[in-house]
Design a protein around this ligand. Structure first.
Ligand code: NAD
Length: 261
């Protein structure tokens, strides 16, 4: 399958560049940075996916879009909406114009970050963002749902936990998404014949995970890695209890409270 990966120079984009070609996918990368990441050397678009002509050129000839581009940190509300919602809209419009029918979107646990821990986190909980970043992810998910209902598109919103080579905190023993599982998740999201609009929890098969993996398995994402193998190397910290109290971990603390503008 020919796949456009936006934000291809970022941490998740680079992992997909290493893993997706081996599963038979031919990649085109899009990023603000000019140097192609490994796996994208033959097809690299430099630009901002907010820009209509960039988005238009980038989707031409692909079968699916994996939309990762965006600022993964907290920002003002307008900046977060532009980075996550407007870019998604720009790509969806370009996809419609060029008959591209599939998008896998890097949503986040922070879309439901204010959900308290204590019972299994399903993907049916109400949108409950913990930040403007999370609010923008909620809005981007809503936009995907709208376009799936209006047009002949399939969209998978992947609520990613903590993507990293290895977990580094007690919370991450629950929320870790390994690079190999990220590749498995995206492969499933772009290959499933008819996902409609599906939300999946994007974590590995962590022993301490408390997020429902059923929606992912329903589209063929069967995570194989487990953070527990790193547990003995992780130091406990005083902030662990606070970080484990809500889905969003540190994002629910007062450190992230700021003015919208
Ligand atoms: N890393 C995580 O643990 C995690 C967790 C949840 C969700 N996510 C989401 O996954 C996506 C990728 O995360 P990441 O950790 O790889 O981030 P990253 O910051 O490492 O990479 C993002 C990439 O996107 C590019 N980019 C940003 N805005 C762009 C634009 N308008 N047009 C083109 N390129 C643009 C940047 O140059 C960068 O290379 C983000 O949307 C993030 O919100 C990540």
């Amino acid at each position: 399958m020919k796949v456009l990966v936006t934000g291809a120079a970022g941490s998740i984009g680079r992992a997909l560049g290493r893993g997706l070609p081996g599963l038979g996918h031919e990649l085109r990368g899009l990023d603000l940075v000019s140097e192609p990441a490994a796996g994208y050397e033959h097809d690299w678009v430099v630009g901002d996916c907010l820009d209509p002509s960039t988005a238009d050129a980038a989707v031409q000839g692909v079968d699916a879009v994996v939309h990762l581009a965006g600022n993964p940190d907290e920002d003002s509300l307008p900046a977060a909406l532009e980075s996550h919602v407007h870019t998604t809209a720009r790509l969806l419009e370009a996809m419609l114009a060029h008959g591209v029918g599939r998008i896998a979107y890097a949503s986040s646990n922070h879309a439901v970050g204010r959900t308290p821990s204590g019972s299994e986190l399903t993907t049916a909980v109400r949108p409950r963002p913990d930040t403007f970043y999370g609010t923008a992810k909620v809005a981007a998910e809503a936009l995907l749902s709208l376009y799936v209902d209006r047009f002949d598109l399939g969209a998978v919103a992947m609520r990613i936990g903590t993507f990293a080579d290895a977990p580094e905190t007690v919370r991450q023993l629950s929320t870790w998404l390994s690079p190999d599982d990220a590749v498995r998740m995206v492969d499933a999201a772009i290959n499933h014949p008819a996902p409609g609009y599906t939300v999946v929890n994007g974590i590995s098969a962590n022993t301490r995970g408390w997020w429902d993996l059923t929606p992912g398995r329903s589209i063929g994402f069967d995570p194989q890695d487990d953070a527990e193998g790193y547990a003995t190397s992780i130091q406990t910290r005083p902030e662990d209890d606070v970080e484990n109290a809500f889905v969003g971990g540190p994002h629910v603390t007062s450190d992230f409270v700021r003015s919208a503008f």
